[in-house]
Design a binder for this molecule. Structure first.
Ligand code: SAH
Length: 394
């Protein structure tokens, strides 16, 4: 049925639009669509100006991103078998993570050639996000295949993302299959914590920092400070090695879960501090406090390209203060999840902060995204998280 509707309707794209697919990027913008399909959102066949079929794509009539490539085979049926193959490929790629953790991303949208689809696993439950009008039309196929491939106890849609409004879709949280609890206890490289799939940030936890917590913990010792701690996920990893850990966040609700996460792991050396990290770091510097281990994992300061300069000032300020607070031999793990702050800009920012700090800092590690969040070289939007491990040598 769907195959027929694809054949019946099509889009024609400009040479510029066609070039984006040739260069490995799945998006074609509205301005590069010469002939718009007449059909409602879903999947359509795409032709170039000379009428040659280029493939099938998700079609979003309202969005600036009009077409998202699904398959460069114009005859791809997009039936259950097709979705099973596509999703199974993504899921199988994550298998190695299962040895250390039971919460990780199964589908990272464009990076897994499932544009605008996210699926995260939390133990025996799944949380999905359908972020375009086109993908929304395949909801039934996706749910059926995910049930088949992973046999979860429930699937929740965290479709409460602002992006959906641009697609003309409702922003809501909806149970798609089975039951999903309010909190799910997950395990990650030996640490346990509670994820909040219904109302927590993202789909319930920050899965993208999983291996970075291990990297930060490997160097943790003495007095540790986890700024922007959310529900304490770095803090509980640090607490296994450090004497004392401050888990700091501006959100009392997040810290409430951090307290329970700390108890869940049997730690008594985690202190919760509800504060603004900017103020706290400034006050600690004034009081001449010192820390052996500091983690900075702030929210995205650069939400748009235009806000990059002010975001850089914010990142520089917290990094500069953290650098000054380090003991000799101390470690700073610092991250940015702003897509608009590229890796070169991030490293430039650290260089500027280090220069002003007066400290001699060694760049021990530069880190990208984990296995379950692949960043595709030709699709910059799939890469957003970058981090560095710095050691104070003086
Ligand atoms: N490190 C966490 C994720 C951090 S998300 C993890 O790995 O799970 C960013 C966190 O920063 C949120 O919990 C948010 O409440 C907090 N936050 C935002 N602005 C802040 C500020 N100015 N001071 C302290 N915390 C802040």
């Amino acid at each position: 049925m769907r195959t027929q509707s694809i054949a019946a309707d099509s889009a024609t794209v400009s040479a510029n639009g066609a070039r984006r697919w040739e260069q490995g990027h799945p998006w074609i913008y509205r301005s590069d669509v010469l002939k718009r399909p007449v059909s409602p959102p879903g999947a359509v066949l795409v032709h170039n100006e000379r009428g040659r079929p280029l493939g099938v794509a998700l079609w979003s009539p309202m969005s600036e991103i009009a077409l998202r490539l699904l398959d460069s085979n114009p005859d791809a049926p997009l039936d259950l078998t097709w979705w099973r193959d596509r999703l199974a490929t993504a899921i199988t790629r994550r298998a190695p993570i299962g040895e250390h953790a039971n919460a990780y991303r199964l589908v990272h949208g464009e990076a897994d050639m499932c544009p605008s689809l996210v699926c995260d696993r939390y133990d025996r439950w799944l949380v999905v996000q359908l972020m375009s009008a086109g993908i929304e039309q395949f909801r039934d196929e996706i749910v059926t295949v995910l049930m088949e491939l992973t046999e979860p106890l429930g699937i929740l849609a965290r479709n409460d993302v602002p992006l959906r409004a641009k697609e003309g879709l409702a922003t809501e949280v909806e149970l798609l299959a089975g039951e999903v609890p309010r909190e799910i206890e997950i395990i990650e490289h030996g640490a346990r914590y509670l994820a909040a799939p219904w109302d927590g940030q993202k789909t319930g936890a920050f899965l993208d920092q999983r291996e970075n917590r291990v990297a930060a913990a490997a160097r943790a010792r003495g007095r540790a400070l986890d700024c922007f701690s959310y529900h304490g996920s770095f803090a509980i990893h640090l607490a296994a090695r450090a004497q004392h850990v401050i888990a700091l966040d501006v959100s009392a609700e997040a810290l409430g879960r951090a307290a329970r996460n700390s108890a869940l792991n049997g730690f008594t050396n985690i202190e919760l501090v509800e504060a603004n990290a900017f103020e706290f770091l400034k006050a600690q510097q004034r009081a001449r406090e010192r820390y052996d281990t500091i983690v900075l994992d702030p929210p995205a300061f650069a939400k748009t390209r235009a806000s990059v300069p002010s975001a850089i000032r914010g990142y520089k300020e917290i990094n500069l203060r953290a650098m000054r607070l380090l003991t000799s031999g101390g470690t700073l793990f610092t991250a940015s999840c702003s897509f608009h702050l590229s890796m070169p800009l991030f490293l430039d920012m650290l260089r500027a902060a280090a220069a002003d700090s007066g400290r001699r800092l060694a760049l021990r590690e530069v880190r990208g995204q984990p296995l379950d969040h692949p960043g595709i070289v030709t699709v910059p939007e799939t890469s957003y998280l970058k981090s560095a491990v710095l050691e104070a040598l003086d």
